[in-house]
Design a protein around this ligand. Sequence first.
Ligand code: BGC
Length: 720
Amino acid sequence: MKRTELRNLLRQMTLHEKLAQLTQLDISFLTSQTESELTGPAQRLPSGYAARRELGSVLGGTHAELSVSLQRQHLEESRLPIPLLLMADVVHGFRTIFPIPLALGGSFDPALCEETCRAAAKEASSAGLHVTFAPMVDLVRDSRWGRVMESTGEDPYLNAQMAAASVRGYQGHDLQEPGRMAACVKHFAGYGASEGGRDYNTVDLSEGMLREYYLSSYQAAAKEGAAMFMTSFNTMNRIPCSANSHLLQDILRKEWGFDGVVISDFGAVMETIPHGLSADAKEAAEKCLRAGTDIEMMTTCYLDHIESLVAEGKIDETLVDEAVWRVLELKNRLGLFENPYKDADPVREKAVCFCQEHRDLARRAGQESCVLLQNNGVLPLKKSLKVGIAGPFASSKKLLGSWSFFGYEDRTVTLADGISEKTGPDKIRIAMDTELGSLRKGETDVPDDIQEACRVLADCDVLIAAIGAHPDDCGEAASLVSLGISPHQEALVRAFRQTGKPVVSVIFTGRPLELGEICANSDAVLLAWFPGSEGGHAVADLLYGDCNPSGRLSISLPRSVGQMPLYYNRANTGRPLPPGAKRGSFVTGYLDCDFGPLFPFGYGLSYSAFRYSDLQISGNTLPLQVSVLLENISDRAGTETVQLYIRDIAASVVRPIRELKGFQRVHLEPGEKQRVCFTVNREMLSFYNQELQFVYEPGEFEFILGPHAEGGCAARIFLE
Ligand code: BGC
């Protein structure tokens, strides 16, 4: 539709109709036939039912037929021909589920991330969805927070690359193109810094910290053209984010030039009341709209109160018009005025959802995301060995992780399926495979069938423990104060160890866990995260060496939960530990725990071995080249993720001991050498000074090229 026609449409709208465009309710509002059928939060909404004909968007939608019929009914019933937007959380896949974002981040492969988002958009748009509440780009450092699983990890640079790739994957160049959908970046901002890892909790960050670490991924997504942003539940420096004009106006709109739609998180406008910012729903509406939240999700403060606020002269209707205009523009960008059903098509839906191409992609994504933490040579396994598998994930289909409710869990490839395809069914024994109960349901462990398991698996050559955390205990509202593996799972691995047979532990989880004891009792440890629909295939491919592990940690793994928050790009402090030391007197660290992570950010083994040597810096002015000689010193071809870190030795504000500034996945044949080269420019060495200007300061810099955040070849240079 031409912009003049769109303007005309806006002019014809009543204030009430405008406010309905700024209101998003659950799909049950439209699917239920009578008011009494409404359930859950829908029931509590005072004016929701009456507004159903005018609503601008709904949360939810599952299949094409439903989407088409809803849209048709909506257009028939509404006074003006304004199509409905269907939005939902397609976070790591729709029907085909890809590894959780925390795992995918560890692929260090933005192109792969883009492909998975593209496939997810193809599936979801064929079911009639127009907007996905993804990517989630919150930087995470505290694994007590269940939502670490939705993020691509602890690093601002990696997160920014993944955020941009996700937006490209969902949206492409043109939202009207079939198979594309609008991306809603969330949660703006700093949700990952919730105090104590407690979900929905307070966030207080200096402006310097906010910019330095947390904002880069949101900014990258905005720059890539993301159509929408979602506010976060938390406060940011004492103001709830949905009412935070510094975030929404000063930074997002003015600094970054974002002109898309801002939506609140679920109920977050109303939640400014319990936050203690708004006295009542009317004040909540006024504060959030003024601050820049265009659409209110799941409550009706706008719909109920803005008309009177306008009548009282407290809100200028042009503010409402601006917000509505952005919503109409999004609908127009999606082409909904010409084609309100967009890609919703039962035939296409059947063809693309869970198709072989997407499953193959999920398998590849799984292969690239699992992290080999430890291996004394027991892996890869020979297919001729008789293998025993025990533990709650041995034959479980619960490998998808949170935000996979559209996925086909029943079609998930289990670990036992994947392994049995390698060995043949008669070389595999399964024991003690009762699934974990979730803490949410008050269940804390699996039954202790360890003795029996050891008896059943007595004639096996190798033992695999498939252990971890329940998917429902990782995700939203899943904060924990303990990151241990449950006692019976740990005891299983100990018992396996005592058999004297080789022990391989495969860990399924949505968050870092304390793995010290598991590592001590295992010959090999593979961190599978929640690997998605093809999880069993991907893990088996890696265990049997049909594919060489290349995944890296997108987040540091702790020794103890007490180390939280834990991250590699920390400041040195005035009393760092001496190099190589783990503890010390009157230095920064703990008395009862070694310093540093169990495994650092960026870490991950493969079946190949790589040597880094001869770091060279060419040039002494910016931009310059930093390179290292990488050699595959093993007899297996493999992929190494070479990481470039920098350190600014002394500056006007304290700089982190290392910052990731680049990475490359390099494939080398056995014995092959390659010089891996990075260009370093001024921007990469710049930072926010005390006045919050993004500046470059001359001085001494260190460049490190290596396999993870605690290793590599380093050299220093003085730069003007
Ligand atoms: C979550 C968001 C999500 C929204 C809609 C909220 O509870 O925080 O991430 O997009 O629900 O499902």
